[in-house]
Design a protein around this ligand. Structure first.
Ligand code: C2E
Ligand code: MG
Ligand code: MG
Ligand code: MG
Length: 293
């Protein structure tokens, strides 16, 4: 009796594993098709606001996949699938090309010169061809290249540090800027940070969450800001969700902020439509909540 039960349980788990495996396999298939046919993938955008002016200094592109069966999927669901199956090069190239096209959209909508931040997989940074691909996708126009900032996570920079430095230098030589994303979550040592050629440091949202309740947390954020400034980097705080966090970040000298308090990621067209008088270029971008307190 109990033996039979045990066997049934094993059978049940095997079935579950098989189902999960086939679901992942299907997702991989579907993603390949979506990339090949350029169908279903979309870049959402979230504003990054400069505190000094209260205006967006750039928009971050965040990929979404409108899956025919599962609906709108966020990157956590399919970036790992792409990374595990050799699709991430194709995906990151798709993102760069789409961002390039969206720059033109921004110009037509009256936002001439507004830069875009795009995320790039750690796997792509570690590989070899990225600087050449960037140069190819954005063409030779320096004004275009200078409007792109590539965000790479801290963990991407930790493996082979010499290789990472070389890659970042080649990327910056194309004119594209580089940001370190999710800073504080990847255990990078300060000795490394000093050597990395970076334009921007993005403080991970886990440090912003308890900013208003935890004095030690605030001290850490202050220290990160001071360190980044000493290394000539711009500082962006991620995940700003309320006015108190904003007030503290402003008081502590943070340069830029990003988070649900200012806007959730949304399709470019919707973002542009939400902004009144968008024919009046960047002056019209003002969030009432971002006004000096
Ligand atoms: P990330 O680059 O650190 O992006 C910030 C994430 O935080 C986004 O999640 C965004 O929607 C979310 N977020 C923004 N403001 C707030 C806030 O106030 N509160 C909270 N709780 N969350 C906030 P999303 O869009 O799901 O992206 C997750 C991660 O996926 C990104 O983290 C990035 O590492 C990766 N990713 C996104 N787009 C791409 C892409 O095009 N290519 C690659 N390779 N990775 C991407
Ligand atoms: Mg990012
Ligand atoms: Mg981040
Ligand atoms: Mg992240």
């Amino acid at each position: 009796q109990s033996k039979a039960n045990g066997r049934n349980t094993v059978h049940f788990f095997n079935q579950q594993l098989k189902q999960k495996a086939s679901l992942e396999l299907q997702l991989e298939e579907d993603l390949r098709t979506a990339l090949q046919q350029n169908d279903g993938l979309e870049l959402f955008y979230q504003p990054i606001i400069e505190l000094k002016s209260g205006k967006p200094s750039k928009l971050e592109a965040l990929i979404r996949w409108n899956h025919p069966q599962h609906g709108l999927l966020t990157p956590e669901r399919f970036i790992p699938v792409a990374e595990a199956n050799g699709l991430i090069d194709m995906l990151d190239d798709w993102v760069l090309r789409q961002a390039h096209a969206d720059l033109r959209q921004l110009d037509q909508a009256g936002y001439q010169g507004l830069p875009l931040a795009v995320n790039c997989s750690a796997l792509n940074l570690c590989g070899n061809g990225l600087p050449q691909r960037i140069a190819r996708i954005f063409g030779s126009d320096q004004r275009i290249r200078q409007r792109i900032e590539l965000e790479v996570t801290e963990s991407a920079l930790l493996g082979d540090i010499e290789h990472a430095i070389e890659q970042l230098e080649r990327i910056r030589a194309t004119g594209v800027r580089v940001a370190i994303d999710d800073f504080g979550t990847g255990y990078s040592s300060l000795a490394y940070l000093k050597r990395l050629p970076l334009d921007t440091l993005k403080i991970d949202r886990c440090f912003i969450q308890d900013l208003a309740f935890c004095p030690q947390g605030r001290e850490i954020v202050r220290a990160i800001i001071a360190m980044a400034h000493a290394l000539q980097m711009d500082v962006v705080a991620e995940g700003v969700e309320d006015a108190e966090q904003l007030r503290i970040l402003r008081a502590d000298g943070c340069d830029q902020v990003q988070g649900f308090f200012f806007g959730t990621p949304m399709p470019l067209q919707r973002l542009l439509a939400q902004c009144p008088h968008h024919d009046r270029a960047m002056e019209a971008w003002r969030w009432p909540t971002a006004a000096p307190s």
